[in-house]
Design a protein. Sequence first.
Length: 425
Amino acid sequence: MPDLHALFLPCPRGLEAMLASEMRQIGGVTLEVGDAVVSGVPARGTLDDVMRLNLHSRLASRVLLCLGRAPVTQADDVYRLALKLPWGRWFKPSQTLRVDITAERIPAERAPGKKPVWPATAGSGHDSPARGSGFLDSLQFTALRAKDGVCDHFRARGEERPSVDREQPDVRVQLHLTASEALLYLDTSGVALFKRGWRTEHGEAPLKENLAAGLLMLSGWTPHAALFDPLCGAGTLAVEAAQMACNIAPGLGRSFGFERLQGFDRGVWIGLRQAANAARRAPPAAIIAADIDPRMVQLTRTNAQRAGVEGAIRFQQADVMDAVPPVQLTPGQAGHIVTNPPYAERIEAKGREAEDFLPRLGDVLKQRFVGWHAALLLADLQADKALRLKPARRHVVYNGPIECRLFTFALVAGRPARKAEVEPA
């Protein structure tokens, strides 16, 4: 039986349970999916599983392969961990390297003047304090020590030290610090998985593609239902929906970090891509993207063309306040509105303020879209009150650092009000 490797797949907060379910659908009999944790899902799998997950996961941000972990109290502990790991199994010293770091909390030795640091992320290419600092009070310095450990591992074997390339490295290493230990991962994805390879321009405030896919899944939409985004912006929701409807694997348009690592079977990878290409299909229902700004409509069309789904989407230039159902639903067919209205934290208000915009939008939905389902991503956690609609559910999700709610509504005439069910993050 092939070796099983410890894996971790990070994702946007609020999508962890769905990612675990998606991983079980993607993985073969060898993939063991663990319980979801905050911002990701652990697993154990083969290198073939790693390739499948990179190719097919719509929700993961990366597929990280854990090479080792150890208790740490100072930066030199990270160096010693990196020094002993079998880097030569995975890449050659002639390849370029980048080390990135994330942390839940950096532990610090209990000494006068030393306090724990609550960091975000950093990389080994940043300025760092003097090498004499032994405390884990600098992300940059700790990442630098991890990089030194990797490079010195090769030098101890009589080989050259890998060079650092911050922009286009051959190999990406991820160092993660918890309150008590360090974990070193190989990033098998390379560029983050939400970068599908089709986006040229982003618009003012784009959704990441994996968050958009998660919103579509949380909304209850399926490819057999009509989908309408009346505030499409750069078209991320519509393009993701079209790729789902056409059964296009999200990773077909890009390359991956594992393609530059040793140990991965190129023949298996070619077969996985061929099977994914053969699984494409025509979309079973209409997908419509509209925006008041003609530049955004054109940008959506361009993105859809690059994603291979231009023919699966209808494009409209229209004001959401003039919106009417873009398709006539047949008996038994569902129609879904899924959209990400502008909000203050996302972009600066232009013209209509939120207190006027949301009530008017609520009126449009309940007066013209009876029989449809709607899902709106909003940073105002009480936005349903401004919409004057009773949500069926409030899903807690994070758009980057911003806590949001995906409010879902069943727009049924005469529906009695009931308390919404809140889905935890």
